[in-house]
Design a protein around this ligand. Structure first.
Ligand code: BGC
Length: 368
C-alpha cells in the first residue's frame, strides 16, 4: 500500500514536471496556429496588408499573430522563432530580403511548419512550400505599356528606376517592363536617360538574371522614397537639355513614384512627365487625382490575403491547397497561386477603387 502511494505521488510529480516543462517551452503558450511576418510598417503597402489580414481573420476559427520585421533580416528571424515558440503550424511570410530569409524558413521547416511565401518569393532554399503572389511580370509590363501609350514622337527621354535588389519582385517587375520598353528603345521612341547599364543592353530583348542585376544595381531605389528622391535629383542635375522637356519615368511603386514625381515637378526644364507606380496607396490615389502621378497598378490585397489564409486553413484541416502554377526559386519549383492586377489612372480611379468599395470617396479630395 505504502509503495503504491509512493508511486502515485511520483506519477503526480512527474505529470506536474511535464506540464511545467511544457509551459516553459519558449515563450510559454502554444496558442497560435498561423504566424504572419510582414517586412515593414514604414510603407503603407504592408500596413494595408496587415489591415486586410485583420479584416479577414475577424471570424476565423484559427488563431493568428502578425509581426513586422522593420526592414531587418535579423528581426525577421527573431519573429519567426518567437512564432515557432508559440506552436504555429503555418507560417505566412513576406521576406525583407528574399535570400537572407532562407535560414528563418529553414528553422520553421525543421519544426514541421508549412511555409507560405506571401507576395515576395524566398529564394535558394527548399524550405518554401507555397507562394501566393500577384502577377509581377504583368505589373512591370503594365507600367511600361502605359509609358509607351503616352509617348509622343521620338527620342523621348526615359528615366528608369527599380526596386530593391534583395527583392525577387524587383527583378520580375523590371523584366516585365523591359520586354515592353526594349522594342520601343530600339525603334527610337525612347532614349534611355539615366542608366549606362541599360544603354549597354538596349539591343537585348531578353535579359539574364545577371544582366537584370546589373541594371537594377544602378537604378535601384531600395524601395526607399529618400533613395529614390536623391537618385532622381542626381539624374536631373546631370541631364542636359536633350534629356529634359517631355519625359517618361518608370517608377517601380507608389512610394518611390511620389518622391521621384516631386523632383521632376520642381525642375522648370521638365515640361511634362508621365510616371508609373504600383500598390494603389491612398497618397498616390490623391496624386493621380491631382495629376502629379500618372498611374498605379492596383493589386487587390484582399485577394492575396484570402488566398494565403485559404491555403493555411487547407493545411490546418489536413488538405492539400490548390495552386495554379509554380515559380523557380533557384532551388525548387515552388507551387504558386497567382492573382491578376489592374491598371488605374485618372479615368478609371473612381470605378476601380471607390465604386468597388476598396476605399471611401471621403478619403480623397477632388474626385469627380
Ligand atoms: C511588393 C510591392 C511593394 C514593394 C516595396 C514588393 O515586393 O510587391 O507591392 O511596393 O515590395 O515594399
Amino acid at each position: 500500500m505504502k509503495k503504491f502511494k509512493g508511486l502515485t505521488f511520483l506519477a503526480i510529480l512527474m505529470a506536474f514536471v511535464l506540464v511545467v516543462a511544457g509551459c516553459n517551452n519558449g515563450s510559454g503558450d502554444s496558442s497560435v496556429d498561423v504566424g504572419i511576418v510582414l517586412p515593414t510598417k514604414d510603407e503603407p503597402r504592408w500596413v494595408q496588408d496587415e489591415q486586410r489580414f485583420k479584416d479577414a481573420l475577424a471570424d476565423s476559427d484559427y488563431s493568428t499573430e502578425i509581426l513586422f520585421s522593420q526592414g531587418s533580416s535579423a528581426k525577421e528571424k527573431e519573429n519567426v522563432e518567437a512564432l515557432l515558440n508559440k506552436g504555429i503550424k503555418v507560417l505566412i511570410i513576406t521576406p525583407h530580403d528574399g535570400a537572407a530569409a532562407a535560414s528563418a524558413v529553414e528553422a520553421a521547416k525543421k519544426e514541421g511548419v508549412t511555409v507560405i511565401a506571401y507576395d515576395r518569393l524566398i529564394t535558394d532554399t527548399d524550405a518554401v512550400d507555397y507562394y501566393v503572389t500577384f502577377d509581377s511580370l504583368a505589373v512591370g509590363a503594365a507600367q511600361a505599356q502605359y509609358l509607351v501609350d503616352n509617348a509622343n514622337g521620338s527620342d523621348v527621354p526615359l528615366y528608369l528606376y527599380a526596386g530593391a535588389a534583395s527583392d525577387n519582385n524587383a527583378f520580375l517587375f523590371f523584366e516585365g517592363a523591359w520586354k515592353v520598353l526594349q522594342p520601343k528603345i530600339a525603334d527610337g521612341t525612347f532614349k534611355i536617360a539615366n542608366s549606362s547599364e541599360a544603354e549597354a543592353l538596349k539591343d537585348s530583348a531578353d535579359l539574364s538574371r545577371d544582366q537584370l542585376g546589373k541594371i537594377i544595381g544602378q537604378i535601384t531605389t531600395n524601395w526607399d522614397a529618400n533613395d529614390a528622391k536623391n537618385k532622381a535629383q542626381t539624374h536631373l542635375t546631370a541631364a542636359k537639355a536633350d534629356l529634359k522637356g517631355d519625359v517618361s519615368i518608370l517608377a517601380p511603386n507608389d512610394g518611390t513614384a511620389r518622391s521621384i514625381a516631386d523632383v521632376f515637378a520642381s525642375d522648370s526644364a521638365i515640361t511634362k512627365y508621365f510616371v508609373t507606380g504600383q500598390d494603389a496607396e491612398k497618397a498616390s490615389i490623391q496624386y493621380i487625382i491631382d495629376e502629379q502621378q500618372s498611374m498605379t497598378v492596383f493589386k487587390d490585397v484582399r485577394t492575396l490575403v484570402k488566398d494565403a489564409m485559404g491555403m493555411a486553413v487547407e493545411v490546418l484541416d489536413g488538405n492539400t491547397p490548390e495552386t495554379t502554377g509554380s515559380y523557380d526559386n533557384g532551388a525548387v519549383e515552388v507551387k504558386a497561386k497567382q492573382t491578376n492586377v489592374i491598371v488605374v489612372d485618372k479615368d478609371n480611379v473612381k470605378a476601380e477603387l471607390i465604386d468597388s468599395k476598396y476605399y471611401e470617396a471621403s478619403e480623397f479630395t477632388g474626385l469627380e
